[in-house]
Ligand binder design. Sequence first.
Ligand SMILES: NC(=O)N[C@@H](CC(=O)O)C(=O)O
Ligand SMILES: [Zn+2]
Ligand SMILES: [Zn+2]
Length: 429
Amino acid sequence: MATWILNGLVWNETTGETELKHIRIAEGVIAQIEDAAAGRPDTNGHDTIDANGKLVSAGFIDMHVHLREPGFEYKEDIASGTRSAAAGGFTTIACMPNTRPVTDTAETVRYILDKAASAGIVNVLPYAAITKNELGRELTDFAALKEAGAVGFTDDGVGVQNAQMMKDAMKLAASMNMPVIAHCEDDSLVVGAAVTEGKFAAANGLKGIPNESEAIHVGRDILLAEATGVHYHVCHVSTEQSVRLIRHAKQFGINVTAEVCPHHLILSDEDIPGMDANWKMNPPLRTPRDVQAVIEGLQDGTLDIIVTDHAPHSAEEKAKGMLLAPFGITGFETAFPLLYTRFVRTGRWTLGFLLQRMTSDPARVFGLQSGVLNVGAPADLTIVDLENEREVKPETFASKGKNTPFGGWKLFGWPTATIVNGSLVWSEQ
Ligand SMILES: NC(=O)N[C@@H](CC(=O)O)C(=O)O
Ligand SMILES: [Zn+2]
Ligand SMILES: [Zn+2]
């Protein structure tokens, strides 16, 4: 059976314009795209969804998320996490291996894929750990993990401290055409601090996390990527120094790509209102100068894609306060509205620029079929209301995590329906 999505505002990658279209989806793929000006198609016997002039985009892709299952289901699980993703317009998400047990065996990779197939409502791509238990001591069985369905290797949550270990991982990953995705953090430069070195830390008499703790790994790993030829992808870039190093590496033709999170594009340490753990994440909110640098990095192509680093924690954990609470904020349900409101509605970016960084660019970087609105592509689509302003209400999130610094913000650009493999998996109440 086919479904027609009628009167969708579609952004045309070739012309850079938006046009009103009717889209037919059948058997999980986009089967037909017609100009709405040519009139209503014959929808007899088919389902119809009237987009009523709302944006219809290729579904958003988020290559850095934490679903917390197995092991931390009190924070999030695959059912609640994929529902939260769908509510944010995401149709494909790649989940990090800092679960319990750590996703470091084929068995755990298969557990996540099976659970995603039975309880999940969007496409879930699991990453596997680089080192056993993410302890940095011994490599995992890359071949078995790839065979089980892992899409890349990462110890997200911690940096790989030993350079030889990282080099061995890159060599092995390169030999099997798999990417290495790095959380960049040198433990010897992090002294148990909760926020960045900067005005907030100084004003509150706190130790700060220095920019070099991130950038020193970026620099090291770029040299190792050059030596091994691996596809090296940098997680959640937050500092001016990292942007500079990645820009330089790309000029040299080194196979490096990078991601940036909405919060690092929008907030600095100077926005932190007080000792509230909803403003605590890793990497931390940096200085205004770093915010400017990551924006420029995204704009000039140094940073390739936008990811949320959706990192839900329980209310009890976050109530421990800025110093003791775990790092991380939820991301799915605010990402597009934040970026659309802050950068597109204000005229700084085109709609197409933002959509590309959340759809076709992640697909290109990680070799996925989705992320484009073309005939023959997977029918993973998002419908978004660009015109109505609404307040961020964390208590209404589909995610179990309510930990966000954006509560109360008034934003435009709310997803209203999400379609995965041709099926409507979520729609606004
Ligand atoms: N980003 C965070 O602040 N936290 C992440 C870990 C990580 O992404 O490094 C988490 O797992 O909670
Ligand atoms: Zn990380
Ligand atoms: Zn993460």
